[in-house]
Design a protein around this ligand. Structure first.
Ligand code: FEO
Ligand code: CA
Ligand code: CA
Ligand code: CA
Length: 601
């Protein structure tokens, strides 16, 4: 069937088949090399990874666990360049790889310490906390192969203990103040960092997603003193027993001890990778929810737009619009651009139109009488504000990306098996396989108005098996092969030609590896999906990220071997090392074409 497919899509690679085995697979003619593994040293003094002797001190000098978002920021060949010169260089052979470390699974990460649970001893808890957060790593392409620059002055680890600042309308608000931080402006750490985004002023936005897993306690115990927190902690599904044991070292992770602590997570955090001394900053103007990503659209002289999804069943898609304009001539002037502006939630109408609804204090439903004393309350409880204005509840919004060629916006809805009532934008009652929406802001390709409050939308792909019966049936562009269908779209990237690359998380539940698919978004190959990369078993695929020249594609293979019944002592794969005694390790891979050309060309 390939011969029939190739004339209608711009993507020329030969597809790989669906599979499920111990290793990764890439389309023929491409090289897939492991660049960075969990535990790899980033600094000259860092110890080599020792899975049986992990510690917080060692992990804080090593690449963290479970890589998710990847951002690439160029470094000019001239080391004396300033930030604007680095960015303008668009260098695709030297840069800063900025990588989220979303989470860990203690039973996969640690050996069982005697009778105790894995991850529960003080030494293991310290290692666990240091394995989260973010890494900035200088990388360089030498003789066609990417290498890590060990001990680069840019190399940096941000962990669950790194001090961060809080800025924007909710900074210092009483609901963000705790016993340890009466200022409400200094929060230890960032964690649950899922996807993210890059700004044109040279910073990284990292999105705090499943912060709920780190907190534990009974919300009924705070009902009388903190009714709003009790309500919201339940909505975020904070459980009596947290997944991690951090509250043994830091009681603030017990919501009965410190009911306000969770209000300090679930934000978008801005990191300046060019300045290793700059503290990460939590930008409260973008709202608090389970931020999956933060995708920036910026035109010189116009306000900046940041799109973000709230990845939980029946939650919302958000847009932030800055009050001030993007200054392309003096990048330093954008330093606090994300601290003032308007947050919106999306409403999708069944006629294919949509509207961004402002979450502005004082508007109907958003007044003190409605339980929002100020804009800070709206931002801290952005979900309640979106409820109040009648936004549309979505099927777990994951990544949002804009097509650099057409300006259209793509949203992955990964799945939602809990949906009660369907609508045109969430058409399945039991959405096992997920779908992809395409939003068209007003205007024409290349000149779309992301500041407009209305848009058009349609379903781009209904994921799932095209041979399945009834509502489960998948729907793709004509010519999609038996390998081209997938389930559970999660992370997106666009290549420089404006083709959509789709990473999945959950296809493994259908007995097939998760991986990467690609499609044109227009022309005769529109939504014709082709299978490019497959993960080792148990892994999901994260972080697709292209260099500016489109010749390298970085991929984050997350949680290899995370399968039912497997643990540290009984792994189902030893990817990528395949060495006895070395556990499976989440890793960043660099994909290049053997002939040196553009990926997917
Ligand atoms: Fe961290 Fe929604 O994936
Ligand atoms: Ca994700
Ligand atoms: Ca993305
Ligand atoms: Ca996911």
């Amino acid at each position: 069937s390939d011969a029939a497919v190739e004339p209608v899509t711009s993507l020329t690679f030969r597809e790989i088949p669906h599979r499920l085995d111990e290793t990764h697979h890439v389309a023929p003619g491409y090289r897939a090399e492991v660049l960075l593994r969990w535990g790899d040293p980033l600094f000259a003094g860092a110890p080599p990874f020792a899975p049986l002797a992990q510690s917080g001190a060692a992990q804080a000098l090593q690449f963290g666990n479970n890589n998710d978002f990847i951002g690439y920021l160029p470094l000019a060949a001239d080391s004396g360049a300033d930030k604007a010169e680095h960015l303008a260089s668009a260098n695709s052979e030297r840069g800063l790889l900025c990588v989220n470390h979303e989470h860990t699974r203690p039973h996969h990460m640690f050996p069982k310490p005697g009778a105790a649970a894995p991850g529960s001893t003080p030494v293991q808890i310290e290692a666990d906390m240091a394995a989260h957060g973010h890494s900035v790593v200088e990388i360089e392409k030498r003789d066609g192969r990417w290498q890590v620059v060990l001990d680069s002055p840019y190399n940096r680890r941000i962990t669950a203990l790194t001090e961060t600042r809080v800025s924007g309308p909710a900074a210092g608000h009483p609901r963000l103040r705790t016993a340890a931080d009466p200022s409400g402006r200094k929060v230890p750490g960032t964690f649950a960092n899922c996807s993210g985004g890059i700004t044109p002023w040279g910073t990284v936005l990292t999105a705090e997603e499943n912060f709920r897993h780190y907190f534990g306690g009974d919300t009924r115990a705070i009902e009388a003193t903190h009714p709003r927190e009790a309500q919201m902690h339940r909505r975020f599904d904070i459980l009596q027993q947290s997944r991690h044991y951090w509250q043994r070292l830091e009681p603030r992770f017990n919501i009965e001890r410190e009911p306000l602590e969770p209000n300090r997570y679930g934000w978008v955090v801005e990191i300046d990778p060019y300045d290793p001394a700059a503290p990460p900053i939590k930008r409260t103007a973008l709202g608090r929810f389970q931020h999956e990503a933060a995708t920036v659209v910026a035109e010189p002289g116009a306000p900046v737009v940041v799109y973000s999804g709230d990845d939980s069943p029946d939650e919302y898609i958000f847009r932030f619009v800055s009050a001030a304009a993007f200054d392309a001539d003096n990048l330093e002037n954008n330093r606090d651009l994300l601290d003032a502006g308007t947050l919106y939630a999306a409403r999708f109408d069944d006629d294919g139109s949509g509207r961004w609804l402002p979450l502005r204090h004082g508007e109907p439903g958003l007044t003190a009488a409605d339980g929002f004393a100020s804009q800070a309350d709206i931002l801290i409880d952005a979900r309640l504000a979106a409820d109040a204005v009648g936004a549309t509840r979505m099927d777990r919004p994951e990544d949002v990306e804009t097509n650099p060629v057409t300006g259209r916006v793509y949203v992955s809805l990964t799945r939602n098996t809990e949906r009660a009532a369907t609508d045109a934008a969430n058409p399945r009652a039991r959405n096992l396989a997920g779908h992809i929406l395409e939003l068209s802001p007003p205007g024409t390709d290349g000149a779309r108005d992301h500041l407009a409050d209305e848009f058009r939308w349609e379903v781009f792909v209904l994921a799932g098996d095209p041979k399945a019966a009834g509502a489960d049936r998948g729907r793709y562009g004509a010519g999609t092969s038996e390998h081209g269908w997938f389930c559970n779209p999660d992370n997106f990237a666009f290549d420089p030609r404006g083709r959509l690359w789709i990473a999945t998380d959950g296809f493994v539940d259908f007995g097939v590896h998760d991986g990467l698919w690609a499609a044109d978004t227009g022309g005769p190959g529109r939504a014709l999906c082709k299978h490019f990369f497959g993960c080792p078993r148990g892994a999901e695929l994260c972080g697709p990220c292209f260099t500016p020249d489109g010749k390298t594609l970085f991929l984050a293979v997350q949680h290899p071997g995370d399968e039912e019944g497997a643990d540290f002592a009984n792994p189902t794969t030893l990817w990528p090392d395949f060495k006895p005694g070395m556990p499976p390790r989440a890793s960043v891979m660099a994909i290049t074409k053997e002939d040196g050309g553009e990926i997917g060309a």
